[in-house]
Design a binder for this molecule. Structure first.
Ligand code: FPP
Length: 239
């Protein structure tokens, strides 16, 4: 593959449907989904993807039954504990986007621990979107900028795209090159709205727990065939 995406973002969808198809409880789908997360991280790192961002828990996911939310949080903590060595061995740096304050202390402590221990790693940056919503993120950025304007720290004429970018949780992320969503749904669901301006979108019917190495490679091969023009003509790109 001669064109690799620098930043791959994934909306991991279909855990519940996967479980239902198998006559199992939703949580079993999430558990199998956590295994798919492991495989995808491994393959993305192997393929030299520089940034992998996973939509793990949205602001709206708090509306799920309390028991499911609590099991998802427990699964997050146990996965962080289990995968810690794997992240270290593979030189992967863990980061998060979203408002972590709403997460329990146990979850936050585990996250901070892994973030701290992996912060000097120089390989792939793995970002988990947790209690994340892009509209909330942009709203917070606008508020922070408005506040700076009010206090004469920034003049309104100086506000440009980089000012907005610098005030996002996701300011350390480059633009998304490839956005993958599993399970056949073709929606963005409030994920990384600022960063997907020129992203290539890839929708697959595969349910997240079934998403494997082959599925990720297929998405990368598909990306490789796309012509990204960024507003230019095809002829300009070949000249
Ligand atoms: C979507 O399936 C998935 C989620 C809400 C969260 C993603 C969580 C995991 C993959 C589990 C572990 C994650 C980490 C980071 C260790 P859904 O429940 O919306 O499925 P449905 O649409 O079929 O009901």
């Amino acid at each position: 593959m001669n064109k690799l995406p620098e930043h791959v973002a994934i909306i991991m969808d279909g855990n519940g449907r996967w479980a239902k198809q198998k006559g199992k409880q939703r949580f079993i789908g999430h558990k199998k989904g956590a295994k798919a997360v492991r495989e995808v991280i491994e393959v993305a790192a192997e393929q030299q993807i520089k940034f992998l961002t996973l939509f793990a828990f949205s602001c709206d996911n708090w509306n799920r039954p309390e028991e499911e939310v609590s099991l998802l949080m427990k699964l997050l903590v146990s996965s962080l504990k289990k995968e810690f060595n794997h992240l270290i061995e593979n030189n992967i740096q863990l980061k998060t986007i979203g408002d972590l304050n709403k997460l329990s202390l146990t979850v936050r402590e585990e996250l901070y621990h892994v973030i701290e221990k992996t912060k000097k790693n120089t390989g792939m940056v793995l970002t988990l979107a947790l209690n994340y919503g892009a509209q909330e993120e942009i709203t917070n950025a606008v508020k922070a900028i408005a506040d700076k304007v009010k206090n004469n720290i920034i003049s309104p004429e100086k506000v440009d795209q980089s000012t907005i970018n610098e005030h996002l949780y996701s300011r350390f992320l480059p633009p998304v090159d490839l956005l993958i969503r599993t399970s056949g749904e073709e929606r963005i669901s409030n994920f990384l709205l600022w960063h997907i301006a020129y992203a290539e979108l890839y929708f697959t019917k595969t349910l997240w727990p079934d998403f494997s190495k082959e599925n990720l490679l297929e998405a990368l091969i598909n990306f490789n065939k796309r012509e990204r023009r960024f507003g230019k003509t095809s002829e300009q790109l070949t000249n």
